[in-house]
Design a protein around this ligand. Structure first.
Ligand code: SF4
Length: 262
């Protein structure tokens, strides 16, 4: 039986059809925090970066606490097809290397939408990156990763106690995600935020390097210096900031630590 927009009454009187109508009306939509159209740092080449709403971690240094709640009145709600239609307009700018990066928040927190959006991107011939801490708490990782070309994997810490201290959550979930990435042989760019007192110093970096040696397919390691640009957001949202008084990391200090750890 085919759907006929002109005969809504007939459809509404048939129980099977009512289900079908509901399915059409309840298309999965994503809660989009924001979209950056010309990103240069979240994956290779020029990229559109889609920031999805929602994160279950509470990283001490997070500069985007406005993405934590699973929904926010400022969100735009789009279906995967609507989103990708918008992203495809920038295809000429992406060139050979660029494409689309899904970030957050934690993009894995909207697994059904993310899967659909990645699938639509691949159907449109777009390169896909996932910028994630691997904390989606769902069974959708295998399906999501099927349509992911590169994972930008945020390593919070290599030690489980420190991981919990930084994020407020156990490390098992991110390890479960990483296991699936490794199983599917997906290339990784590692990201690690360097924070005084948490993830800083020669000893820490030696531990990090030893941990990363056990992970295959790493193409790049990015060390990101801690900054305080997000502190104003905490004040606005009336959330207490855990790293009050911690100074930002100067690029020259980072350089020194890296060269001492080689
Ligand atoms: S995973 Fe990212 S968005 Fe979530 S709390 Fe940590 S830094 Fe913030």
């Amino acid at each position: 039986m085919e759907y006929d927009d002109l005969k809504p009454t007939v459809w509404a009187n048939n129980p099977d059809s009512r289900l079908f109508l509901c399915w059409r009306l309840v298309l999965i939509t994503g809660r989009i925090h924001s979209i950056e159209s010309m990103g240069l740092v979240d994956g290779p080449g020029i990229r559109s970066v889609v920031f999805l709403q929602g994160c279950s971690l509470r990283c001490a240094y997070c500069h985007n606490p406005d993405t934590w709640a699973m929904e926010d009145p400022s969100n735009e709600e789009l279906t995967a097809a609507e989103l990708v239609k918008r992203l495809v307009r920038f295809k000429p700018y992406y060139g050979r290397k660029g494409g689309v990066t899904f970030s957050g928040g934690e993009p894995l927190m909207q697994p059904e939408f993310l899967t659909e959006a990645l699938k639509e991107c691949k159907n449109a011939g777009l390169n896909t990156c996932l910028d994630t801490a691997g904390a989606g708490f769902s069974d959708s990782y295998p399906e999501i990763l099927k349509y992911t070309d590169l994972v930008l994997y945020d390593v919070k810490h290599y030690d489980s106690e420190m991981y919990k201290k930084i994020t407020g959550r156990d490390m098992d979930e991110t390890l479960r995600f990483l296991e699936e990435v490794q199983k599917q042989d997906i290339p990784l760019w590692i990201r690690h935020v360097v924070v005084p007192g948490l993830t800083f110093g020669k000893e820490h970096f030696e531990g990090l390097i030893n941990y990363l040696k056990r992970i295959k397919n790493i193409e790049k390691i990015e060390l990101l210096p801690y900054h305080t640009l997000g502190v104003m957001k905490y004040e606005r949202l009336n959330i207490s900031y855990r790293l009050k008084g911690v100074e930002p990391v100067r690029p020259e200090d980072l350089e020194e630590i890296i060269s001492n750890s080689r």
